[in-house]
Structure formats: structure tokens, C-alpha cells
Design a protein around this ligand. Structure first.
Ligand code: SF4
Ligand code: SF4
Length: 270
């Protein structure tokens, strides 16, 4: 498999070059009404996908990498790692890095100390866009409609693994961007991307899916079940205790632009 294996100086930047523009636009041009025809971009926050079949694990001659049975998190045992860098070369997602200071390889630890306490990883909890959710997925045949991850991946099929053709079964799923170049998205997510985008566009007619999206970022606890009823989305922990309730439609409050009492102009930042 060909990809960029960072040299020592780049160890902290395993994805160097991936954020670069593919081309320029003519000086003085503007973004037209359909931007994706001329220019498009999207962010893809990428962490280790804690693959079902991790290439990093298979490549390690020291057997320093293991996948935990209880939660599927893939870890590098720092005491066994001798820094050969085979995992860095093998991971097609470039998620293992060779640290030239410690002389060992490192990667995302899935925030396992938090997960063991029923808390979602920091990158999920801290996402200010509230676009992330972490949970446990079932095999397709055992998918439950009230499990948040099963719902997004198996039932609704709006969240897809990226580069599934690499065969590692990555356990990070993305709701694909709707305005990016379709050919590019096909390459990244496979042909299922067309249906996923169509269903995502239709979400306003699906209060259950819309409710689940509202639950994302609403609690730092891992949600094992959810339900949507009477305009409220409710998340539950593994014991069935309620974690959080959010309205599916945020109330809209209109206020005058000028606050006479404080003598200040208001803005619409919530
Ligand atoms: S994304 Fe890369 S580093 Fe993470 S488990 Fe998969 S192969 Fe290993
Ligand atoms: S915050 Fe935790 S789960 Fe997220 S990338 Fe970092 S180690 Fe991995």
C-alpha cells in the first residue's frame, strides 16, 4: 500500500499535505451560488478508527499492539514497542505516529480510561459543533433501532465508514458532506454515499433521526439507548437510567436588536 510515511522531522504531522488546496481559483473570482461546481472543501476530523482488522496490529513484529475485547479499542503497549515503525507504514489512515523523542510509536488511545467510566472520549465531548457521538455498535443482524450508533449506521444508513475498500473495517463512521464533489465522495465512502446523502437531506421528515442528532454533544456519558417522543429526544445509559433530554426543535426567542436596559446592541450568539 502506498502512502506517505512521515520522516522523523514530521512525526507530529502524519497527515502533512492532505490539507493543501488541490488547485487555485482565478484572482477576483467569487464563490458562485453552487460552490461545489467551482470549489469545495470539507473538514474530516480523523482519529484512529480502532479497526476491526487493524493493519497496525498485524504489522507489528513485537506484538506490541492489541485490540481490547471489552470495547474494541486498539492500543500500543509502550513497554513492548521498540519503535520499528511498521505500524506507521501499515496504517492506511496514517494514525500511528513514530515519536522521535520517546523512540516508540503512539496513537489515539480511544480515551479508554474515560470509556471505562462510561464517559465519551475527549474529542467527542469537546466538539463545539456537537457533531460527534461515541457508542457501541452491534453486528447488522443484531442492530437495535434504539441504539444511537446502530440507528445511524445500520438502520438509517446515513453514517458510513471511510475508505471501506481497504478492508480494515474502520469503526469511525461519517455522515458525508453534501456539497463536496460526488466523484471524490465515491472514492472516499463508496457507492453507498449517494443514498446516505439522499437520506440525510430527508431528515427533516424524520423526527427520530433529527432527535438523535440533537442528542449529540448533549451529554458526556456514553448513550446506549435513545428515544424520541412528544418533541423531546431522551438518552439513556447502559442501565436504562435517563442521561439527558433535549428538545428536537429549539425554541426561537425574538428580541429587539437593541437592549435598552443595558444600552447595548445584541447579537444572535446563543
Ligand atoms: S486506524 Fe490505523 S492505527 Fe488505528 S486501528 Fe486502524 S490500522 Fe491501527
Ligand atoms: S481525544 Fe481520546 S479518543 Fe479522541 S483522538 Fe484523542 S485519544 Fe483518541
Amino acid at each position: 500500500m502506498l502512502h506517505y510515511a512521515p520522516v522523523d522531522e514530521d512525526w507530529m504531522y502524519p497527515n502533512v499535505g492532505e490539507d493543501d488546496c488541490a488547485g487555485g481559483v482565478a484572482g477576483g473570482s467569487h464563490i458562485p451560488t453552487t460552490p461545489h461546481e467551482q470549489a469545495w472543501m470539507f473538514y474530516l476530523p480523523r482519529t484512529c478508527a480502532h479497526c476491526t482488522y487493524p493493519a497496525c496490529l498485524a504489522a507489528c513484529p513485537r506484538k506490541a499492539i492489541y485490540k481490547r475485547e471489552e470495547d474494541g479499542i486498539v492500543l500500543i503497549d509502550q513497554s513492548r514497542c521498540k519503535g520499528y515503525g511498521e505500524c506507521v507504514r501499515a496504517c492506511p489512515y496514517k494514525k500511528s505516529m513514530y515519536n522521535t523523542y520517546t523512540r516508540t510509536s503512539e496513537k489515539c488511545i480511544g480515551c479508554y480510561p474515560a470509556v471505562e467510566q462510561g464517559i465519551q472520549p475527549q474529542c467527542v465531548v469537546n466538539c463545539i459543533g456537537k457533531i460527534r457521538v461515541m457508542g457501541f455498535i452491534n453486528p447488522p443482524a443484531k442492530a437495535r433501532a434504539d441504539n444511537p450508533i446502530d440507528f445511524l449506521v445500520h438502520k438509517k444508513q446515513i453514517a458510513l465508514p471511510y475508505y471501506p475498500q481497504l478492508g480494515l473495517e474502520p469503526n469511525i463512521y461519517y455522515i458525508p458532506p453534501i456539497h463536496a464533489d460526488r466523484e471524490y465522495l465515491h472514492q472516499m465512502f463508496g457507492p453507498q454515499v449517494d443514498g446516505a446523502i439522499e437520506r440525510y437531506r430527508d431528515l427533516e421528515r424524520d423526527p427520530v433521526a433529527a432527535g438523535l442528532l440533537c442528542l449529540m454533544g448533549s451529554t458526556d456519558r456514553i448513550m446506549h439507548r435513545f428515544k424520541v417522543e412528544r418533541g423531546k429526544a431522551i438518552g439513556y445509559d447502559d442501565k436504562g437510567a435517563e442521561l439527558v433530554q433535549v428538545p428536537v426543535t429549539e425554541p426561537v426567542i425574538e428580541r429587539a436588536a437593541f437592549d435598552a436596559k443595558l444600552g447595548a446592541i445584541r447579537n444572535n450568539t446563543p
